[in-house]
Write a protein that binds this ligand. Sequence first.
Ligand code: FPP
Length: 246
Amino acid sequence: MTYSRNALELDSIMNIEKEKIPGHVAIIMDGNRRWARQHKLPRVEGHRRGASALEGILERAGDLGVKTLTVYAFSSENRFNRTKKEVNDLMRLIKYFIIKKRKDLFDRGAKLGVIGNVKVFPEDLQLAISKTKNLLKKNERIKLNIALNYGGRPEIVEAFKRIMTQKKDVAEINEELVSKNLDTNGDTDPDLIIRTGGEYRLSNFLVWQACYSELYFSDVLWPDFRPNDFDRAICEFQRRKRRFGK
Ligand code: FPP
């Protein structure tokens, strides 16, 4: 059966069960450049529209009661597989978001987290991140984690390096200790991971934490991803039977 987008929108909103909202949703925001190409616009415009799509989803996630939203904004590979101009444009956009949207984030009751190795970024961006994190630290409605220069495997390698410096006995090394030494320490594992843009893989995103996550793939390009598309993913999540390996 085929549905019009509007019919599905209504359907998805009506079926969301408030008691079964995933606590942590993570998103691979894919498709910005294809969106720009389709609209005959420069790549940066796709990323810009992607940033505004994120604002809408953050708002919707907060309204639904999602406690943590983690988004993949820049992978550790992106630094090497994109042109210098695109990387600079993206950095500028992320900095703009972190500085100019501070007040909006504050008003939305959002806290900010950043995962990934940000030490490679210019000092002004690192400073902007710390300042925004600090300003929002008491907010409790929703935590927005931005993955920047992030890769799941490098994160695990860093965790092991940290553990080595803690001089642990081999017997003390367990899953809990590894989790505690990841950048996501303190966050629950994602209940639901959404990937937009019609690709069906994790691309080094939260590989340790995704162990029991439900995966949801959408063909919608990220700049076109709207709260109703998010609702649809939540509805699908609520239909899944989670077994956690049992
Ligand atoms: C993937 O699409 C998207 C990115 C690598 C960047 C994501 C960034 C944003 C959504 C905007 C800024 C983010 C914040 C947090 C303000 P792609 O560029 O790989 O597109 P393609 O798959 O069509 O090539």
